[in-house]
Design a protein around this ligand. Structure first.
Ligand code: IMP
Ligand code: MG
Length: 184
C-alpha cells in the first residue's frame, strides 16, 4: 500500500510526492544539459540523500556514476554540531573528474563546507552541489549551490530520506515534524 495519509507525527506536508518528482525531473534535465560533454560522478551523502539520488540519477539522461560518502554531524537531535566525521569514504578516485555532490538538505551549511574542502583536496576537475532542500540559515554561508530543489522555512523536516533519530526516512513526502515529538 502506498503511504498517502500523513503520518501522525507530521504537522503538515510541505512537499508532496508529485512536487518532488516534478522538481527533480527538471533538475535532472538541467544537469544532463550542463554536463553533456563530460558527465559527472554523483556523490551522494548518506543516508539522507538516498531518495534524492535514486530519483535524480534516473532523471539524468547521461552515463553517470554513483558513489557515496557517509559523514556524521548530527547526533540524534535537531541541531548541527559542526563536528564532522567520515564514516564511509568514496570508492572512486575523483581526481580530474566533475563531481556533483547530492544532498538532502543544507541547514547551517557546516557539514557541506567541510565536505567541499575535503573533496577539493583530492584534485577533482570541478565540484558542484545539488540539494533537494535549503533552509534560510544556509544562505549566510558562502557556499555556491548550483542546483536547489526548494527553499524551505526554518522548521525541522522529515521524510524522503530525512530522519529524526533514524525514523521517518521512508515517508514518500517531506513533512514538518510535530514539535511535541522532539520537545519533551
Ligand atoms: P548542516 O551542517 O546544518 O547544514 O546540516 C546538515 C545535515 O543535518 C543534513 O544533511 C541533514 O542530515 C541534517 N539536517 C538538517 N536539517 C534537517 C531537518 O530539518 N531534518 C532532518 N535532518 C536535517
Ligand atoms: Mg545529510
Amino acid at each position: 500500500m502506498p503511504q498517502t495519509h500523513p503520518h501522525p507525527d507530521v504537522e503538515r506536508v510541505l512537499l508532496d510526492e508529485q512536487q518532488i518528482r516534478e522538481r527533480i525531473t527538471e533538475i535532472g534535465e538541467q544537469i544532463a544539459a550542463d554536463y553533456a560533454d563530460e558527465p559527472p560522478i554523483l556523490v551522494g551523502v548518506l543516508k539522507g540523500a538516498v531518495m534524492v539520488m535514486a530519483d535524480l540519477a534516473r532523471s539524468i539522461d547521461l552515463k553517470v556514476e554513483m558513489d557515496w560518502m557517509a559523514v556524521s554531524s548530527y547526533g540524534s537531535g535537531t541541531k548541527s554540531s559542526g563536528v564532522v566525521r567520515i564514516l564511509k569514504d568514496l570508492s572512486a578516485d575523483i581526481s580530474g573528474r566533475n563531481v556533483l555532490v547530492v544532498e538532502d538538505i543544507i541547514d547551517s551549511g557546516l557539514t557541506l563546507k567541510w565536505l567541499l574542502s575535503n573533496l577539493r583536496s583530492r584534485g577533482p576537475k570541478s565540484v558542484e552541489i545539488c540539494t533537494l532542500l535549503r533552509k534560510p540559515e544556509a544562505a549566510r554561508v558562502e557556499i555556491d549551490v548550483k542546483y536547489i530543489g526548494f527553499e524551505i522555512p526554518n522548521e525541522f523536516v522529515i521524510g524522503y530520506g530525512l530522519d529524526y533519530s533514524e525514523d521517518y526516512r521512508n515517508l514518500p513526502y517531506v513533512g514538518v515534524l510535530k514539535r511535541s515529538v522532539y520537545e519533551v
